[in-house]
Design a protein around this ligand. Structure first.
Ligand code: PLP
Length: 423
């Protein structure tokens, strides 16, 4: 190799102009290439940086609510604009950011009031801080669990300033256990909390206390449902509740059973953006909204706009407008037809029956019959390199791209990606 001087960072960065990356990122790519001793690698370093940007991917994993892929599928495309986030257009006075999505979700669940925060964990933190700081919060020992991603109920309680009052045993808790705790003046119980066993089940010699049985103890009942199934009757689905929902607790029915406050995520079975939602008694919601932490946990207009879309779809009973429900309920024949069409343009890939799952730490053990494309060997890296990236899974030494989690508008991208790594 001739002993030429290496190009300057500046010259290299200029050579990356057509990557569309802003100057500081082109400089980072140029520096990285020079640091490896191979300036010709600048373009591939720039590609590496592009691929770290947040971008659409095709979810072909068969996991509908895939945590690494942002749980519920979401699209947003918004012109630069101001919104009436906190303006009452009627009076011209200051409004409230709970007036849009929050009000609609209260309507959809039959609640007096609602408040939206950044995620489910924030909803639990805020409810406990606002309603039980410095006092006791009674929870069954069977529900002192880790939900996933490091969310441990006892840790969140500790952060909230509420004192955990453990009730019952791991496998069996009765109403009388709660009565005892609430009656103990030293424990100073401010509320009882029921935490849904989202991602695990305790089976065998078990006993739990229903929300209905927790009422009448003289303190508010707070139910952390996590999953956010809005209504067990699923009025937004033409055929009613799918059999795989089993007896997943729903927000409307939990309120009707007597819960004073129900907490759930926006991006699990609700199918909306990442958010945490508190619905229930107006005085309790208002106490949460007034707490100083509410300001730190409040979402912005982008999230509230997306959540409003979701809430409006529920109020219109239009499950097809909610990507999670549309994908979860697509008939198997439709998936089979799409798979056959993709397979004809992707040699080397064959149609295979698969099992998709709801994911997102909901409905453990539930499988949804599905159809995918498969090819022997691990091709996941090549599929991730496609534009947009396709995320598939490896099963029994074969790559599987599951169509239940793929939006049909992406079928052609999927076919192109499969073709590209099939040859
Ligand atoms: C998922 C879940 C949470 C946490 O919600 P995030 O939106 O992930 O923060 C809390 N409680 C329960 C029961 C859950 O299932």
């Amino acid at each position: 190799m001739p002993a030429t001087r290496p190009p300057s960072v500046d010259a290299l960065a200029r050579s990356l102009l057509d990557t569309g990356l802003p100057h500081p990122l082109r400089v980072e790519a140029a520096r990285a290439a020079i640091a490896t001793g191979d300036p010709t690698a600048a373009a591939s370093q720039a590609r590496r940086l592009s691929r770290r940007l947040l971008q659409p991917v095709v979810n072909a994993t068969g996991v509908l609510l895939h945590t690494n892929l942002g749980r519920a599928p979401l699209s947003h495309d918004q012109e630069p604009t101001s919104t009436n986030l906190e303006l009452d257009l009627e009076s011209g006075r200051r409004g409230s950011r709970t007036d849009h999505a929050g009000r609609l979700l209260a309507l959809a669940t039959g609640a007096e009031a609602a408040l939206v925060v950044n995620n489910g964990a924030a909803a639990v933190l805020l409810a406990l801080a606002a309603l039980a700081r410095g006092r006791g919060a009674a929870v069954s020992r069977g529900e002192l669990v880790e939900i996933g991603g490091g969310f441990r109920v006892p840790d969140v309680m500790a952060e909230s300033g509420a004192r955990l009052v453990e009730v019952g045993t791991t496998n069996r808790t009765r109403r009388s256990d709660f009565e005892h705790a609430v009656g103990d003046t030293d424990a100073d119980v401010a509320l009882v909390m029921k935490v849904h066993q989202s991602n695990y089940r305790i089976t065998g010699f078990t006993e739990t206390v229903s929300v209905a049985a927790l009422t009448g103890l003289g303190v508010p009942v707070v139910a952390d449902l996590g999953s956010g199934l809005l209504d067990a009757a699923c009025p937004w689905l033409a055929d009613g509740p799918p059999s795989w929902l089993h007896d997943e607790p729903a927000v409307r029915q939990t309120l009707a059973a007597g819960a004073d406050l129900v907490l759930f995520s926006g991006d699990k079975l609700l199918g909306g953006p990442q958010a945490g939602i508190l619905v229930g008694r107006a005085d309790l919601v208002s106490a949460c909204a007034r707490h100083p932490l509410a300001r730190a946990l409040r979402p912005g207009a982008l999230v509230l706009a997306a959540l409003q879309e979701t809430a409006l779809a529920y109020l219109r009973r239009d499950g097809d407008a909610i990507p999670f429900w549309r994908m979860a309920t697509v008939p198997l024949e439709v998936l089979a037809q799409r798979a056959a069409a993709v397979a004809t343009t992707a040699p080397g890939w064959s149609v295979t029956p698969t099992a998709a799952v709801p994911g997102g730490g909901t409905l453990p053990g539930v499988e949804l019959a599905s159809v995918g494309l498969t090819r022997p060997g691990d091709h996941t890296a090549a599929l991730r390199a496609a534009d947009p990236p396709v995320i598939a899974r490896v099963q029994d030494d074969a790559t599987v791209a599951d169509l239940r989690t793929v939006d049909p508008v992406r079928d052609e991208h999927l076919a192109a990606a499969l073709r590209a790594c099939g040859s």
